[in-house]
Design a protein around this ligand. Sequence first.
Ligand SMILES: N[C@@H](CCC(=O)N[C@@H](CS)C(=O)NCC(=O)O)C(=O)O
Ligand SMILES: *[C@@H]1O[C@H](CO)[C@@H](O)[C@H](O)[C@H]1NC(C)=O
Ligand SMILES: *[C@@H]1O[C@H](CO)[C@@H](O)[C@H](O)[C@H]1NC(C)=O
Length: 217
Amino acid sequence: MLLLFQPILYSYFRSSCSWRVRIALNIKGIEYEYKAVHLLNNGGEQRSEDYSSKNPMQQVPSLETSNGDVLTQSLPIMEYLEEQYPSPSLLPKDSIQRAQIRALAEMINSGIQPLQNLTVLQYLKEDQKAEWSKHWIHNGFVALEKTLEKTSGKYCFGDNITLVDCCLPPQVFNANRFKVDMAEFPVISRINEDLGKIEAFKLAQPSQQPDCPSDLK
Ligand SMILES: N[C@@H](CCC(=O)N[C@@H](CS)C(=O)NCC(=O)O)C(=O)O
Ligand SMILES: *[C@@H]1O[C@H](CO)[C@@H](O)[C@H](O)[C@H]1NC(C)=O
Ligand SMILES: *[C@@H]1O[C@H](CO)[C@@H](O)[C@H](O)[C@H]1NC(C)=O
């Protein structure tokens, strides 16, 4: 097959930001090569000289296009995919709606996820980590739930799958990991459950990735 022309996704099975991009790639039916970057092995492979030269933030995901361009940051990567592979679309045409969808995605991307990234957690004492993560996810989910009450239809924004739906399941997975009480968030929970039934979302789950250790599958 024409392996040469496949983009490469640098990913870690449990990374929520890599997971977002895996969903978008699957929805759009884009075949890609999976390259695992183990965030915990050898002091973190993301910090190797080779990988740091691709992603100076030393984070996953990165997407290397068939031209050799390396893109970083999950949302800009998804926006790139949306522009290059417009169908099926992850954003409507209407500018107001696009801004509203991006705002929802940013609630997760900048309002919740950064506070529980590895570097931030490593800065805390062992017995503070769980409480800290739970607090900030809960805090963000209160706002997200309130917004989704207005914007959601079948999914986060109306009845079509959009960028924010790609961000939701990974964040709910982390919420469960940190024992956030999801009963408080019925809209988030309902949408997450429905998204979980879709093949593109199933295939993007951590347990389905080649670097998922067999005891976690
Ligand atoms: N804003 C970035 C965040 C990326 C990020 O936080 N990646 C995490 C995994 S989800 C990471 O690589 N952490 C490695 C580390 O903290 O050393 C994005 O959306 O791509
Ligand atoms: C939802 O998707 C359908 C099919 O792709 C499209 O025809 C319709 O315009 C979309 N709705 C919105 C609000 O973007
Ligand atoms: C973690 O999140 C903080 C806050 O957004 C950011 O400044 C930092 O670069 C992130 N670091 C990593 C490696 O995830």
